[in-house]
Design a protein around this ligand. Structure first.
Ligand code: KIV
Ligand code: ZN
Length: 562
């Protein structure tokens, strides 16, 4: 790279628009959307779509709710021509959808384009020619006057050919290609000349489409350009002002949004930003940005994963896992502090409230995505994510101190394995760590109301020990029994319980923090019976504190009675 890039690259000259109004504008309604997936998107594919893929894409675009769809460049190839014919001949275009086709400003191509459209009930025919200085001077070798003449001559041909097919309701569209790099005054001159030929009216508008064929500037400069054109173009009330951003600087979305604020009525783009080089405008991105501002985008992405699969199939290109709104990982937090915040916010949220969720700008459910992937656990994660997964997948709600203890267990496993862990992996570690699969001891409770006695048989492997104790309740009695059987000081420091499920299949979860000769650990027990679950939890804690249950002292003296 150059030490002094200005020796090779020039900065874009700011637009002199001191009284710009777009910075204060707010987007309050959906623009007219036009998908160019089947044209600009298709042109950019390593393997252009075959007819089956085109049909599948077209059907998907219709289902999403696009009312204007650019279906191709019929004069460019037989496949494009045939596809246009197929949609028309097989009546595949819904009544409320207008197809659009593109043609260069060359008369044989325009003739072929109108031929491809014979019999279509309504269509947008899209004319373009380059207007930027580099194209005029270096590529085309044409003067400004010649460019204006090229555009107007072909605009005139549009009129004549359309008049020969009066059964079709025609809309004309013109794009000064590379508008983003064309002098504003000159683009106005060409566009005004074209609309002077077409003579659109407020009832029968034409579309003027202003592309950032290549992004050259920050989006505010493009917004200034659009506001300038919006204010200066002749016959503005008879024009649908459209923009067609590309994404060379990675600012296609911002460019489109600021352009809408600056006066554009219509956006052209592709699903998930497919398109030449870095792509066309990502329409999904802009639409869902609107949605999370409370504005109905009038496009339906309720099943975004299905749409993604279709687009990947048609384009034979993958969508990046971090692509806004759709990527596999975009609703996933790995970071512990993020997971903690999300878990708390989910717990606090009441159905029907305004969405105010940390780290989740949109409810994944609105896009047909589940909460399952919201939190995934890797070595960066903390207790929040781990306990969220246990709670959401296994309905197990760990007390906070136990969350901390268990997250260290998971962390150790993670450090050893080094991989991401699923809810299933974490549940397996939990079961193993807290001995959840071990059989409950056989026990009998007795007592006189004031005191509870317990006699239990603790089995570990082939060993079995009969233990006895007493206390003011079953837990105290069992602690007493285990104190005698282990010869250690055993105390309960904390206790929590909850049910999982209901009815005959309900399970109780008991969590007990025990102190065994100064070692503080948690134990967990699960059983349909809450007392049994608690006894299991105490045993789990004692065992985790390092006591070998196979070596217990058999306590045979009868339980004392009061
Ligand atoms: O990017 C572009 O300039 C185009 C035009 C044909 C509209 O695709
Ligand atoms: Zn384009």
């Amino acid at each position: 790279m150059l030490k002094n890039p200005s020796s090779k690259y020039r900065a874009f000259t700011p637009i002199k628009l001191k009284d710009r109004t777009w910075p204060d504008a707010v987007i309050t309604k959906a623009p007219i959307w036009c998908s160019v997936d089947l044209r600009d998107g298709n042109q950019a594919l390593i393997e252009p779509m075959d007819v089956d893929r085109k049909l599948r894409m077209f059907k998907t675009l219709v289902e999403i709710g696009f009312k204007e769809i650019e279906i191709g460049f019929p004069s460019a190839s037989q496949v494009e021509f045939d596809f246009t014919r197929r949609l028309i001949d097989e009546n595949l275009i819904p009544d409320d959808v207008t197809v659009q086709v593109l043609t260069q400003a060359r008369d044989h191509l325009i003739h072929r384009t109108f031929e491809a459209l014979q019999g279509v009930p309504k269509a947008i025919v899209h004319l373009y020619n380059a207007t930027a200085p580099v194209m005029r001077k270096v590529v085309l070798g044409m003067s400004e006057d010649e460019i204006v003449q090229l555009a107007t001559k072909n605009a005139q041909l549009f009129k004549e050919l359309a008049a020969k097919q009066p059964e079709t309701q025609w809309t004309f569209q013109y794009s000064p290609e590379m508008y983003s790099d064309t002098e504003l005054e000159f683009s106005k001159r060409v566009v005004d000349a074209v609309t002077a030929v077409w003579q659109p009216t407020p009832e029968n508008k034409c579309i003027i489409n202003l592309p950032t064929t290549v992004e050259h500037s920050t989006p505010n400069i493009f917004a200034d350009m659009i506001e300038w054109s919006h204010r200066h173009l002749e016959r503005r009330d008879s024009i649908v002002l459209s923009v067609h951003p590309h994404n060379d600087r990675g600012t296609g979305t911002a460019t489109a949004e600021l352009a809408l604020m600056a006066g554009a009525d219509r956006l052209e783009g592709c699903l998930f930003g497919n398109g030449e080089r870095t792509g066309n405008l990502d329409i999904v991105n802009v639409a869902l940005n609107m949605y999370i501002q409370g504005v109905d985008p009038e496009l339906d992405f309720s099943n975004i994963d299905e749409i993604k699969r279709t687009v990947e199939h048609c384009n034979q290109l993958p969508v990046h896992p971090r692509h806004p709104y759709v990527g596999e990982l975009v609703f996933t937090s790995f970071s512990g502090s993020h997971q903690d915040a999300i878990k708390k916010a989910f717990n606090a949220r009441q159905e029907g409230e305004i969405w105010d969720m940390p780290y989740l700008p949109i409810d994944p459910k609105d896009l047909g995505r589940s909460y399952e992937a919201v939190i995934r656990v890797n070595s960066q994660s903390g207790k929040g994510g781990i306990s969220y997964l246990l709670e959401s997948e296994y309905k197990v709600a760990l007390p906070r101190k136990l969350q901390i203890e268990f997250s260290q267990v998971v962390q150790k496993a993670m450090d050893a394995e080094g991989a991401e862990m699923s809810a299933k992996d974490i549940w397996a570690i939990f079961q193993q760590e807290y001995h959840l699969d071990e059989a409950a001891p056989a026990y009998q409770l007795g007592g006189d109301g004031a005191t509870t006695t317990i006699e239990a048989t603790i089995r570990k492997g082939t060993a079995g020990a009969a233990v006895q104790g007493q206390g003011s309740g079953p837990i105290e009695a069992f602690i007493d029994a285990m104190t005698k059987a282990t010869g250690k000081s055993v105390q309960v420091l904390d206790y929590a319980e909850h049910a999982i499920g209901g009815g005959a299949g309900a399970q109780a979860m008991a969590y007990v923090e025990v102190d065994v000769d100064g070692a503080r650990v948690w134990g967990v027990g699960q059983n349909p019976n809450i007392v049994t679950a608690s006894i299991k939890a105490i045993l789990s804690g004692i065992e985790r504190a390092g006591v070998d249950l196979a070596q217990l002292t058999i306590v045979q003296e009868p339980a004392a009675t009061a």
